[in-house]
Design a protein around this ligand. Structure first.
Ligand code: ZN
Length: 555
């Protein structure tokens, strides 16, 4: 190393429990040389030329936040479509206001149809939220807007496409189609719904080029990376690699992520169903070849299974007594009875499995599968991770611990949605106990907090995730949801730093500030260990540092 840069700070929280606090951090070649005080690091500073940089002397430094479940490229693409969601969105041309309810959405669709000159050109929209906007759309409703112009509405959490009759005709679905995820009215007529990945894929094919516009991916990544900087995030994982195209997605990422000034490390986690469809038995060779292209900014990791629907779309799978209104949700495209056989090759190859389970019935299936994998081929340190873990029981948390599994949890729903779903979908008990982090902590499960940004209604803001986890205050800003599921500030901060790194099997490189690790930091204007826990989400984020390169939020 030729030269060290030493940053001083009001306080540094290292998230290394052995050496938790510091006042200075020395960095060279993108890595940490020493963490401590100017005095403690003299053995280095006496030997190596160095600069002291005081620009952060009034700030708090922490390890850069890690969001272990996002979809930056895909959602950044959707954010460029006509928006019909409930909250303000941030598209390429700036903020777009939300629409309060279903009538407003239908009005907006009518307006788009009226502005449309070419009746053959479909109206393509994203963002509908059946929970917040007053119930699902369906074919008859959309036919009343137009039975001539094709209408395509993707839900905010993209587990459902709603279509009218002319759009449905373009997908090739006919009255006698009996495929997974094709919706019907109680009388058996097609209702215009396409639910879960295979059906959503079928509904998307006729509008593929309009939805995934060429060249849009890198621009979307650049936009989303600025959201990351503003929220202190320095590493994310994308959990749907291959959903559109393995090659296009990889190339879009490689084009921007490896640039020295791109402020984010990204792990791409391939989606099993697409991997099998595209590469079959050669998929392990393909993954190996892509692993060889990894850099410390962009790498392949693990494998993803999607095994039920989404929380906001109300398509997850529930145990007895089920949904309030008799809905049943939907499983993913891999049949549950085949799950052990489908996961076993990855398990045996030592590839970490990230298994999406939102509802408690799906959590049961996932735990049964993990137990069966352990019987077939016992493994230590497998880090099998249940993704989302939205609706669960205390017993499931203890069983997850007994099987050595981990959880990557979306806590934002507790604030943004649990009151809604007490009376819409899941009922009061399950809605209140959404994201049982306290139970996971008592059971001894290591867990991370994630946003799923931007495919569920909520921000990518780890300090807000921590605020929710610590306080569990609902959207009325008063009700505390399941107070026994609250966790401590320290535990919440671990879940957005070093425990999130553990879930991604990167805790030897990132997640805490220790000698030898990558120099990734979040720069904060107040101390999360000192402020009132209710003020956690108000802490200003001044920016980040990735591999020793500063990125300031207002640059
Ligand atoms: Zn996701």
């Amino acid at each position: 190393m030729e030269r060290i840069t030493v940053y001083t700070a009001r306080r540094i929280h290292t998230m290394d429990p052995g050496r938790p606090a510091a006042r200075a951090i020395a960095i060279a070649d993108g890595r940490i040389i020493s963490v401590g005080t100017l005095q403690s690091m003299q053995p280095w500073l006496r030997r190596v030329a160095h600069d002291i940089d005081d620009r952060f002397q009034d700030d708090i430094l922490m390890p850069g936040f890690i969001d272990p479940h996002t979809h930056l490229r895909m959602s950044g693409t959707y954010m460029g479509l006509h928006y019909v969601g409930p909250i303000t969105s941030h598209g390429p041309d700036g903020p777009v206001s939300g629409l309060p309810g279903r009538d407003a959405v239908l009005g907006r669709l009518k307006q788009l149809v009226d502005e449309q000159n070419d009746p053959d050109s479909p109206i393509i929209t994203w963002g509908y939220d059946p929970g917040m906007q007053g119930g699902h759309l369906d074919r008859d409703m959309l036919d009343r807007i137009s039975d001539q112009v094709p209408i395509w509405v993707l839900s905010y959490a993209p587990h459902i496409v709603y279509t009218n009759t002319p759009m449905m005709a373009r997908t090739g679905v006919a009255d006698d189609t009996t495929a997974h995820g094709i919706g019907r009215y109680p009388d058996g007529r097609l209702n215009g719904w396409f639910i879960e990945s295979r059906a959503v894929g079928q509904a998307t094919r006729p509008v593929q080029r309009q939805v995934y516009r060429p060249g849009f991916g890198p621009a979307a990544l650049l936009r989303q990376s600025q959201v990351a900087v503003r929220n202190g995030v320095t590493t994310v994982a994308d959990l749907a690699w291959g959903f559109e195209s393995f090659e296009t997605e990889w190339n879009d990422h490689a084009k921007v992520v490896n640039e020295p000034d791109f402020p984010l490390r990204i792990l791409l986690i391939p989606f099993d169903a697409r991997l099998v469809a595209k590469y079959g038995a050669d998929r392990f060779d393909y993954l190996n070849s892509m692993r060889a292209q990894a850099t410390d900014k962009l790498a392949v990791h693990g494998v993803k299974f999607i095994n039920d629907g989404s929380y906001p779309s109300m398509t997850l799978r529930l145990n007895f007594p089920g949904y309030l209104d008799g809905e049943v949700g939907l499983t993913g495209e891999t049949p549950w009875e085949d799950m052990v056989e489908c996961m076993l090759p990855y398990w045996q190859a030592g590839i970490q499995i990230h298994s999406h389970a939102n509802g408690d019935q799906t959590v049961d299936m996932t735990l049964d599968t993990l137990a069966a994998l352990q019987l077939r081929h016992p493994r230590f340190d497998h880090r099998f991770t249940i993704e989302h873990y939205c609706i669960s029981t205390v017993a499931q948390g203890r069983r997850l611990a007994a099987l050595g599994g981990l959880a990557s949890v979306n806590p934002y729903f507790v604030h943004y949605r649990s009151l809604i779903h007490a009376d819409s979908g899941f009922g009061p008990d399950r809605a209140e106990a959404t994201a049982r982090l306290g139970s996971l902590e008592r059971a001894g499960v290591t867990f991370a907090l994630h946003s799923d940004f931007n495919l569920v209604v909520g921000p990518m803001a780890p300090l807000t995730a921590a605020w929710v986890a610590v306080n569990r205050i609902a959207a009325d800003d008063a009700t505390v949801m399941a107070p026994g599921e609250r966790i401590s500030v320290d535990r919440a901060l671990r879940a957005i730093t070093v425990d999130a790194a553990f879930v991604l099997r990167r805790d030897h490189e990132i997640g805490s500030l220790e000698v030898g690790k990558l120099a990734d930091l979040a720069v904060l204007g107040a101390d999360p260990y000192e402020v009132e826990s209710l003020a956690l989400r108000d802490i200003p984020v001044r920016g980040t540092m990735v591999g020793g390169v500063p990125h300031m939020a207002n640059d």
